[in-house]
Ligand binder design. Structure first.
Ligand code: NAP
Length: 334
């Protein structure tokens, strides 16, 4: 569109909303008015957006009429209540909450990988894990078929938003000062510990199943068998994934995979001179829009690839993807 695009961000005071508002300054399209929406708790606060200072408005009474695009980066229950209002007001809607991620009628988009939005009024952005794994595997799966993909996902405290970050900081300080651990954002002690995640009703089985289904959707047809094990680790920012990919025998070895990844957009290979080729959230991906991969190795049997990949869950996994999706919407309006 040649006219400026009016955008509302629901969850403007959260980790993802704040990062997205900051990124709007890099938008390759003209940005018109920006509405920063959150709960009544934050109404009246100020946030930065694309070089402007915005007053946070209470979502409850906000009229979506006049907004071109509404991005929902808030808890799922909040999105379920308010997303229909944005649709009824005729807005294009991007849902980052996971609510729409498995709805077959809603395109699930990874910017730079997904082809188009086919005129959909409502689109979904997947989890940071799906964005990372799809980004890394798409270039490989364009060259060879995979029969199965097994993912061990190491998920940081910030995957639970600000309360997760604050919870890990508080627990760490409490335990180092020999104070008892208070009730926090996590079902178990997270500081100096790790455990399978179970954020949804249904616990870790539901989490792992949603992740596997979402990843299958994002990888597209023909989707290989996917298993995911989500583990919460005491890291503040940055998601990591250990991937085991079974390709058709003779399909792709580690050298071939490295060659493809070295030229793939949005991916940086950790080389031997770069911390021994071992990518980590703190050393490599923090604050970056790219996914970092390494080591990549053969898995012992013909056709098995083993990869390690990391990315910044807020920037790469959410804000960059959301901005790319808004750009796709803007192009589709043209
Ligand atoms: N963190 C990640 O790695 C990540 C990655 C991809 C997708 N996502 C998804 O993005 C969404 C936001 O995640 P986050 O990490 O940014 O969480 P967060 O830091 O906890 O932020 C949550 C945001 O939602 C707002 N909110 C909460 N209750 C509300 C209500 N009743 N009405 C209006 N706004 C309300 C909060 O506003 P107040 O300040 O007023 O409470 C805050 O702005 C979640 O759906 C999450 O699943 C997160």
């Amino acid at each position: 569109v040649s006219r400026p695009v009016d955008i509302a961000v629901v969850g403007a005071t959260g980790l993802v909303g704040e990062a997205l508002l900051e990124r709007l300054g890099d938008a390759p399209f003209p940005v018109g008015s920006v509405h920063a929406l959150a709960s009544s708790r934050s109404a009246g606060r100020r946030v930065d957006a694309a070089g402007r200072r915005l007053k946070v408005v209470d979502l409850e009474g906000f009229d979506f009429g006049g907004c071109d695009v509404v991005v929902f980066a808030a808890p799922r229950a909040v999105v379920a209540d308010h997303l229909p209002r944005a649709l009824a007001a005729g807005c294009r809607v991007v849902d980052l909450s996971g609510l729409s991620a498995l709805d077959p009628d809603v395109p699930l988009l990874v910017a730079g990988l997904s082809r188009g939005i086919h005129g959909a009024q409502r689109v979904a952005a997947p989890s940071a894990l799906t964005v990372l794994v799809a980004t890394v595997l798409r270039p490989l799966l364009a060259q060879t078929d995979a029969t199965s993909i097994d993912v061990l996902a190491l998920s940081p405290a910030s995957a639970l938003g600000r309360t997760g970050v604050e919870g890990l900081a508080r627990e760490t300080a409490d335990l180092l000062n020999a104070r008892p651990r208070g009730v926090g954002a996590f079902p178990q002690q997270i500081a100096f510990n790790l455990f399978p995640t179970g954020d949804r009703p249904g616990g870790c089985e539901a989490d792992d199943l949603q992740s596997a289904c979402e990843l299958q959707r994002a990888l597209g047809d023909p989707a290989p068998a996917v298993t995911v094990t989500n583990v919460r680790v005491p890291v503040f920012f940055g998601i990591a994934a250990a991937l085991r990919v079974a390709t058709r025998a003779g399909g792709l070895d580690a050298d071939g995979a490295r060659e493809l990844l070295a030229v793939a957009p949005g991916i940086r290979l950790a080389g031997p001179d770069d911390d021994g080729g071992m990518a980590s959230p703190v050393t490599h991906s923090a604050g970056s829009d790219d996914a970092f991969v390494g080591p990549v190795r053969d898995g012992g049997q013909n056709g098995i690839l083993v990869l390690w990949a990391v990315a910044d869950n807020i920037r790469h996994g959410a804000a960059r993807n959301a901005l790319g999706i808004i750009e796709m919407i803007v192009k589709s309006i043209d």
